[in-house]
Design a protein around this ligand. Structure first.
Ligand SMILES: *Cc1c(COP(=O)(O)O)cnc(C)c1O
Ligand SMILES: [Zn+2]
Length: 362
């Protein structure tokens, strides 16, 4: 198990304190373990049923709050039959718990005592919760204007909150400076986070008994999107599914760097000047994983889409009419279904990730 630079191929041990390659390239994780049906512990009702495929050695280092194995709710919306994957039921209210449980477990195993992270809300809340559980001190850099409910949640777990004025990017810069003295537990840079989110795909395969035809997800930096891609790819390589699902990534028009790159046909996203959006969880003007997300979209014959603020609000409400209360960030993926009328075919199976709870958003 080691990190490998996605650009130059240089390898780094898991113990490294570097959070990106010397060349500036993003790390990928090489587990060297292949998915197989036999290793799934079907009696374990959490994502730790895939324990054999996750990079933690000792059971005592597993930091778990019962995350994963979220319900798949069958529904009909905007003329499509869909399955909603209820990620908002995670222990801290978002899918980020999948990444945090794996990342923090590995850090506990490595004996890390202090971490820094930057996030506008859900990732920080999740890292804070799992650090509390692990006995690790968390120092979190947040935009001063983040949602008050999310800030209160991060604080009550006992994390040290450091509000940073200005755009979201400023908190990342502050965290990276602090990372000279503490471990940077970044949900954007650390590929162990995506080792956790790949279980999203494994679960869908178990729950449907096959791979769906389409998966629709909101995309900011792409940690769930890349987890879904890697997870389904593992299943395909193990011969358990015949085809990769088409992956559809959705952004808010006000901040859509990856969508814009997709439309231009570019290989990577360029930073954008973003406007205001209710979708704060994907308000990422300078995405770290643009290149790999665009590659995954291309390789699965998927698409990037963008929706406007009115569409986001009405989809949030339409979803609530079905008993599902999510934050505007998650409603973005549902809103995109209206734009996919000519793309999704009748009789196809489509899974939509409902990524975060409506209870802590404005
Ligand atoms: C973080 C988040 C996203 C986007 O995840 P990325 O990894 O940035 O693509 C989507 N929805 C919710 C609720 C989130 O918290
Ligand atoms: Zn490199």
């Amino acid at each position: 198990m080691r990190y490998r630079c996605s650009v130059c191929g240089q390898e780094y041990p898991l113990e490294t304190r570097q959070w990106q390659c010397e060349c500036g390239g993003l790390f990928e994780f090489e587990s060297g373990i292949q998915f197989s049906d036999e290793v799934v512990q079907r009696g374990v009702p959490t994502l730790w049923r895939y324990r054999a495929l996750l990079p933690v050695h000792e059971d005592r280092n597993v930091v778990s709050l019962g995350e994963g194995f979220t319900p798949l709710v069958r529904s009909e919306i905007y003329g499509h039959e869909v399955w909603f994957k209820s990620e908002f039921l995670g222990p801290t209210g978002s899918f980020k718990d999948r990444g945090a449980t794996v990342l923090i477990s590995v850090l506990k195993e490595l004996g890390i005592s202090t971490v820094v992270e930057d996030s506008s809300g859900n990732a920080a809340a999740s890292i804070a919760a799992y650090c509390a559980r692990a006995g690790i001190h968390a120092r979190i850099f947040v935009p001063a204007h983040a949602s008050p409910a999310k800030l209160a949640q991060i604080a009550i777990y006992g994390a040290e909150l450091v509000p940073i004025e200005g755009p979201r990017e400023n908190s990342a810069v502050a965290a990276q400076e602090a990372a000279r003295d503490a471990y940077y537990a970044s949900h954007n840079y650390n590929p162990l986070f995506v080792e956790g989110t790949k279980t999203f795909a494994y679960e869908i395969w178990e729950q449907l008994g096959c791979a769906p035809d389409n998966v629709v997800l909101p995309v900011g930096n792409g940690s769930l999107f890349m987890g879904a891609y890697i997870g389904f790819k593992d299943l395909a390589e193990a011969g358990l599914i015949d085809n990769m699902p088409r992956l559809f990534g959705v952004q808010a028009k006000a901040c859509a760097p990856i969508y814009e790159a997709f439309v231009r046909g570019d290989e990577d996203a360029r930073p954008v000047e973003s406007g205001k959006t209710a979708a704060e969880g994907i308000h990422i003007a300078r995405p770290v994983r643009g290149r790999v997300v665009l590659r995954a979209v291309g390789q699965t014959d998927g698409k990037m889409l963008a929706v406007d603020e009115a569409e986001i609000r009405s989809s949030q409400s339409d979803l609530a009419q079905q008993g599902l209360f999510v934050e505007p960030t998650s409603a973005v993926a549902v809103a995109a279904l209206q734009r996919l009328a000519a793309v999704l075919e009748p009789g196809q199976m489509t899974v939509v990730g409902l990524t975060g709870s409506g209870l802590k958003s404005d």
